[in-house]
Design a protein around this ligand. Structure first.
Ligand code: PEP
Ligand code: MN
Length: 337
């Protein structure tokens, strides 16, 4: 249920509604827009409907939300959410580029990647320290040492860092080292992990599960926001289809669909979507064209020697070319790269 307050409703009136909800054990989530304040009521539907909400002072209207996600819905928060990552703002006019290696392999590799990312105009560094690999025999990442190297790369370049967290036991240590917690495709429905990152202050990059619908993605985001962490960035990273020409199939249509359904920013990861470096730039352009808030791409100083995802990693020169194309394309679309 959503309670829309009148323009200029007083603090006392807003608090009055919140108190009524709390009195029956319901949660009240407050969203203050430029003009309107909306209160999301979450709890026992029947008990909530027994409160004469529409008649309370300051209330303009009461709208039931029938969707299985509420706090992340556009109805609840009509204005787009801007997620702040250090000096970077995701969800506004800027098309944010996140770049870095699939996995942190050693100091030299991650620092070279961070410097190249910075030089070419990326605003966030990525790099996996705990890698969720399909085979237990593949490189599993450097773990905590990888986190320290990422923090060092941030100190040198000033770029904020995103890395994946795969286990509830690692959430605090990962949050202590990096700026954004990534939930990978394989963990999109790991509800305990979602709840755990929902209790953190650090922004969360939530990747779409490879067999998940847009609605399931938004329900997963709801778990995080419900815990109090409203700083969620969604990521389309391709889904499994019958097509074998690419590793997954990039579902670019999810971007405008999500934009209609939710106020959260959404970025695109063409690297994991396709597994093919030769199509990354074209799809990054596509992401910009369909209104995504940014892209995340894998880069490596020597992709042939990468311990993970070399075939989809751009070398620094290719990454520079991609950035140039995006910079040329962005202004007529009203975006800044
Ligand atoms: C990643 O971004 O490092 C990753 C493993 O991607 P995904 O979870 O989308 O497969
Ligand atoms: Mn990868």
């Amino acid at each position: 249920m959503m309670i829309v307050m009148r323009d200029g409703a007083s603090e006392q009136e807003i608090q009055g509604v919140i108190d009524k909800l709390h009195a029956i054990g319901a949660e009240a989530h407050l969203s203050r827009g430029e003009f309107k304040t909306v209160i999301g009521a979450i709890g026992d539907r029947e008990k909530i409907s027994e409160i004469p909400l529409a008649a309370l002072p300051g209330v303009e209207k009461v709208i039931p939300i029938m969707k299985p996600y509420k706090l992340v819905s556009r109805e609840f928060h009509p204005e787009s959410t801007l997620v702040k990552v250090g000096p970077v703002e995701i969800g506004g006019d800027y098309f944010t580029v996140i770049a870095g290696p699939c996995a942190v392999e050693n100091e030299e590799q991650v620092i070279a990647s961070a410097k190249a990312a910075k030089k070419m105009g990326a605003s966030i560094l990525r790099g996996g320290a705990f890698k969720p690999r399909s085979s237990p025999y593949s490189f599993q990442g450097l773990g905590e040492e990888g986190l320290r190297l990422l923090a060092r790369a941030r100190d040198i370049t000033g770029l904020p860092v995103v890395t994946e967290v795969v286990d509830v036991r690692h959430v605090v240590v990962v949050a202590n080292h990096v700026d954004v917690l990534q939930i990978g495709a394989r963990n999109m429905q790991n509800f305990l992990l979602l709840r755990e990152v929902g209790m953190q202050q650090k922004p969360v990059l939530l990747k779409r599960g490879m067999s998940s619908t847009v609605e399931e993605l938004l329900m997963a985001a709801e778990y995080i926001v419900q815990g109090g962490n409203t700083n969620v960035i969604l990521c389309e990273r391709g889904i499994r289809t019958f097509e074998t020409a690419t590793r997954n199939t990039l579902d670019l249509s999810s971007v405008p669909i999500v934009k209609n359904l939710s106020h959260l920013p959404i970025i695109v990861d063409p690297s994991h979507a396709t597994g093919k470096r030769e199509v990354i730039t074209a799809l990054a352009r596509g992401a910009l064209a369909v209104g995504a808030d940014g892209v995340m791409v894998e880069i490596h100083p020597d992709p042939k020697a990468a311990l993970c995802d070399g075939p989809q990693s751009l070398d620094f020169e290719q990454f520079g070319e991609m950035m140039e194309e995006l910079k040329t394309m962005a202004p007529p679309l009203g975006r800044i790269v």
